[in-house]
Design a protein around this ligand. Structure first.
Ligand SMILES: [Zn+2]
Length: 77
């Protein structure tokens, strides 16, 4: 019983974030992110029906256009 070297735990870029978004409690890559009257961001999914596409496209800081993230979100789920 001596499996010391499995090919596990050696992912070079696993800890490499695309960009750090310090004040985001909402993951705008996967969540709506539209600003709410309270000052927070909408934490619903990208498919949130409360906010229109225009509002979601206007959310700053996404790594890709909203439509692209939405397409990936739908593909993943
Ligand atoms: Zn929303």
């Amino acid at each position: 019983m001596d499996h010391t070297q499995t090919q596990h735990g050696s992912q070079p870029d696993s800890n490499q974030a695309h960009a750090s978004r310090p004040k985001a409690s909402v993951d705008i890559e996967k969540q709506c992110g539209v600003p709410l009257p309270s000052g927070a961001q909408c934490a619903r999914s990208l498919t949130c029906t409360r906010h229109g596409f225009a509002a979601k496209r206007a959310v700053p800081g996404r790594s890709a256009p909203f439509d692209q993230l939405l397409a990936e979100y739908r593909r993943a789920s």
